[in-house]
Design a protein around this ligand. Structure first.
Ligand SMILES: *[C@@H]1O[C@H](CO)[C@@H](O)[C@H](O)[C@H]1NC(C)=O
Ligand SMILES: *[C@@H]1O[C@H](CO)[C@@H](O)[C@H](O)[C@H]1NC(C)=O
Ligand SMILES: *[C@@H]1O[C@H](CO)[C@@H](O)[C@H](O)[C@H]1NC(C)=O
Ligand SMILES: *[C@@H]1O[C@H](CO)[C@@H](O)[C@H](O)[C@H]1NC(C)=O
Length: 609
C-alpha cells in the first residue's frame, strides 16, 4: 500500500501527459483531481475554450493525446500554435445523464507559455489513426446494438477499456480532443435544425447504397463508421440544404462529444462540392395489369395530413407521378378533418376527400376511400390530430367484400369462409397494447371482373405501430441503446400476427398483404416475432431487393426501413412474380423539398384465387 501511494505521488510530481489524463478508458483516472504542469500545444480555439495536444504523444491507440480545456476567457491572449503549461481540474462533463461524459480540464490556470508558432497538423482519420470500425458500437452491446432488453449497462458505470479497432464508439472516444481531417467526405444525412450533418470519409464502410448513403443492414450493423459534423468553430453556419450523398469539401476540425453524439467541430462551415447527378428518383416501374394477376399496391406515410395541409397537393402528385396511381394504397398518418384542432372531431372524410380530389386533379384516377375514425384522442400522434390508417382504392377494379365497417371499439374477428366480422374492422382495439397508438385496419377485398378464372380476392392489414419516441442515442450512455416503444411494438406485432394467423388457419392459401409504418427494422425482435407468428414473408426478401437498397427513412447516419410489406405464402409463391420498389422521393431531397418524412413504396402482386 505504502509503496503504491509513493508511486502515485512520484507520477504526479513528474508532470502528467495529456494521454495519461485521458487514460485507456472512457473516464479519466484523474477525474475530480486538480492537476498542474500539463504541457500542450494549442490546436484550435472555440467560443468557450481551447484544444490542447501533447508535444510527447504516446504510442497507445486507446489514449487520446489531446484534450479540451474549458474556460470562457482562458484563450483570450493565446493563439493556435502556442505551447503552454497549464493546471486545472480534470472533469467528466455531460449536460444530460443519458450522454457519455467528456473528459476535459476545467478552471484552467496558465502556468507558463513556452513558445509560439509551433506547427499543428491534423490527424487524417483512417490514415494517421486506426481504421474506423464498421459494425459494432460498443463492447457493452453484446454484439447487437438492437438487442432486447435495452439499457442493460451504462458506459459511465462500466467504463470499459477502449478497443478502437473493434468498436466504433471506442474509436471515436480515443480521438476525443484531437484535431482531425476527414478526406473526401460524403453527406449521409440532411442537416438537423442546427446544421449538424452526418458524414463518412474515404475510409472503408459497410452498407453503402447506390445513393452513397449508409443503410442499416441485417447483421446488427448500424454504421458506427459515420461521424457527425457539428457547429463550426469560426461562428459560421453549416448549409441547410445538404442532401444524402452530397460530396463535401475536406473537413478539418476538433473532436468532441456533445448532445449525445461524438462529433467534429469543423474550423469552418461545411461546403457542398457536388450533389448526386440524378436529383430525383425515377418513378416506379410497376404498373397495374388491371386484373388480379397484376394489381399494384402503394404504401405511404403521409405525415400528419389534413384538409389544409400545405403538402396535400404534393402527396397527391407523388402518388400520381412517382407511384403511378396504384390500385390500392395503404396510407398512414391521416388526421381528422380539422387537423390538430383539439376538439371532438374525429372523422377524416373531408381529409380523405381532399386527398382523392387532389389526386384526380393531378391527373390520377378517382379513388374511393375507407377508414375507421378512432375514439377521440386515443390513438396517439400529434394532440388533436387523431391520426389513423386508411385505404384508397380504385372502385372500378376492387371493392370491399360485403362491406360492414366496424366502429372504433369493435374488435374484428375471422369468421368461416374466411370472412371478417367487420369489413373493414380494427384489431382488438381495447387491448392495452394499443394505448395511445393506431389500431391496424383489416379489410377483405374482391377484384371486380369475371368470376371463375381470374377471380381475385384478398385481405389487407394496414398498420402504424407505436413510434420510437424516447429512444436514446446510438452514441448514448445506455447499452444497448433504448429503442423507444419496443415493448409496445412487440405486443402490437404479436396481436397483428395472431389475427393474420387466424385467417391462414381457415385458408392457408389466403392472399394477405400487410403494409404500413411498422416503426421497426425487419431484423429487430418485434418484426422477427411478427414474421414468426404470422407466417408472412418479408416482401423485400421475396422480391429480392438488395439489403442496402431497403430503406424508406433517413435518421441520424442511417438510411433505414420502417415501412414494410409482408405477404402470405400464396402471394409470395415463386410463379407469382411478386415485385416491390421503394421510391426515395423524400430521403433523397433536401429538407425543404421533403414532402413526408417517409418514402413511399409500390408492389405488384398476383392475388388471383
Ligand atoms: C513539471 O514537469 C517537468 C517535466 O515536464 C518536470 O521536470 C518538473 O519537475 C515539473 N514541475 C513540477 C512543479 O512538478
Ligand atoms: C489578456 O491580456 C490583457 C492585457 O495584458 C490582460 O489585461 C488580460 O487579463 C489577459 N486576459 C487573460 C484571460 O489572461
Ligand atoms: C438506463 O438505465 C438507468 C438505470 O440503470 C437509468 O438511470 C437511465 O435513465 C436509463 N437510460 C435511459 C436512456 O432510459
Ligand atoms: C364519413 O363517411 C362514412 C362513409 O361514407 C359515413 O358513414 C360517415 O357518416 C361519414 N362521417 C361523417 C362525420 O361525415
Amino acid at each position: 500500500m505504502a509503496a503504491l501511494r509513493l508511486l502515485a505521488l512520484t507520477t504526479l510530481a513528474s508532470a502528467l501527459t495529456i494521454s495519461q489524463i485521458n487514460g485507456p478508458k472512457y473516464l479519466s483516472p484523474y477525474a475530480g483531481q486538480t492537476v498542474s504542469n500539463i504541457t500542450g500545444i494549442i490546436t484550435a480555439k472555440g467560443p468557450n475554450g481551447i484544444w490542447l495536444r501533447s508535444p510527447t504523444p504516446d504510442r497507445d491507440d486507446r489514449t487520446s493525446d489531446s484534450i479540451y480545456v474549458f474556460g470562457k476567457t482562458f484563450g483570450a491572449n493565446l493563439t493556435v500554435g502556442d505551447a503552454i503549461v497549464i493546471g486545472g481540474k480534470v472533469e467528466e462533463y455531460r449536460s444530460n445523464k443519458d450522454y457519455v461524459p467528456l473528459t476535459e480540464i476545467a478552471s484552467p490556470v496558465l502556468e507558463r507559455k513556452i513558445s509560439s508558432g509551433n506547427e499543428v497538423s491534423p490527424l487524417v482519420i483512417g490514415k494517421d489513426t486506426v481504421k474506423p470500425p464498421t459494425e459494432q458500437f460498443s463492447s457493452l452491446d453484446g454484439g447487437d446494438v438492437f438487442a432486447v432488453p435495452n439499457n442493460v449497462s451504462l458506459i459511465s458505470v462500466r467504463n470499459p477499456t477502449l478497443e478502437p479497432k473493434k468498436y466504433g464508439m471506442d474509436f471515436w472516444e480515443s480521438l476525443n480532443g484531437e484535431l482531425v481531417t476527414v478526406k473526401k467526405p460524403t453527406a449521409l444525412s440532411k442537416p438537423n435544425n442546427y446544421g449538424d450533418t452526418w458524414v463518412v470519409g474515404d475510409w472503408k464502410v459497410t452498407g453503402r447504397n447506390k445513393r452513397d448513403g449508409l443503410t442499416m443492414t441485417n447483421k446488427a450493423d448500424a454504421n458506427p463508421e459515420a461521424i457527425l459534423i457539428g457547429s463550426p468553430l469560426d461562428g459560421s453556419s453549416n448549409p441547410k440544404t445538404t442532401k444524402l450523398g452530397d460530396e463535401l469539401a475536406e473537413i478539418m476540425g476538433v473532436f468532441t462529444y456533445a448532445f449525445g453524439f461524438y462529433r467534429i467541430l469543423p474550423t469552418t462551415a461545411l461546403k457542398v462540392v457536388q450533389s448526386q447527378k440524378q436529383a430525383l428518383p425515377s418513378a416506379t416501374s410497376l404498373t397495374s395489369e388491371g386484373k388480379c394477376d397484376g394489381l399494384t399496391f402503394g404504401a405511404y406515410n403521409v405525415e400528419n395530413l389534413w384538409t389544409q395541409s400545405a403538402h396535400l397537393p404534393k402527396v397527391a402528385s407523388h402518388i400520381v407521378t412517382y407511384l403511378k396511381s396504384p390500385d390500392l394504397i395503404f396510407v398512414q398518418e391521416v388526421q381528422d378533418d380539422n387537423g390538430e384542432t383539439n376538439d371532438a372531431v374525429v372523422s377524416a372524410n373531408q381529409t380523405l376527400a381532399a386527398l382523392t380530389a387532389a389526386i384526380a386533379s393531378a391527373g390520377g384516377p378517382q379513388y374511393a376511400f375507407t377508414d375507421i375514425a378512432p375514439s377521440d384522442d386515443k390513438d396517439g400522434g400529434a394532440p388533436g390530430g387523431n391520426i389513423r390508417v386508411a385505404y384508397l382504392y380504385k372502385p372500378s377494379l376492387v371493392r370491399l367484400y360485403k362491406p360492414n365497417p366496424g366502429g372504433a371499439l369493435d374488435a374484428n374477428e375471422v369468421l368461416d369462409g374466411p370472412t371478417l366480422k367487420y369489413n373493414p374492422g380494427r384489431i382488438d382495439p381495447a387491448n392495452n397494447a394499443w394505448t395511445a397508438s393506431r389500431k391496424p385496419l383489416v379489410a377483405q377485398w374482391e377484384v371486380i371482373g369475371k368470376k371463375g378464372k381470374g377471380e381475385g380476392s384478398f385481405f389487407t392489414v394496414n398498420v402504424h405501430f407505436g413510434s420510437k419516441g424516447g429512444s436514446s442515442s446510438l452514441h448514448g450512455d445506455a447499452r444497448p441503446p433504448v429503442n423507444g416503444g419496443v415493448e409496445d411494438r412487440m405486443q402490437q406485432a404479436e396481436l397483428t400476427a395472431q389475427f393474420i394467423k387466424a385467417i391462414l388457419a381457415k385458408d392457408r392459401n389466403a392472399r394477405i398483404i400487410t403494409a404500413g409504418d411498422f416503426n421497426e427494422f425487419a431484423f429487430v425482435e418485434p418484426m422477427k416475432r411478427f414474421a414468426g407468428i404470422s407466417g408472412l414473408e418479408d416482401l423485400d426478401e421475396v422480391a429480392g431487393i438488395q439489403d442496402v437498397e431497403r430503406y424508406t427513412y433517413l435518421f441520424d447516419m442511417n438510411t433505414q426501413q420502417l415501412d414494410h410489406m409482408y405477404v402470405s405464402a400464396a402471394v409470395a409463391k415463386k410463379g407469382r412474380k411478386a415485385r416491390y420498389e421503394h421510391v426515395h422521393i423524400n430521403t433523397w431531397v433536401d429538407s425543404e423539398a421533403q414532402v413526408s418524412d417517409h418514402d413511399p413504396s409500390v408492389a405488384k402482386l398476383d392475388v388471383c384465387v
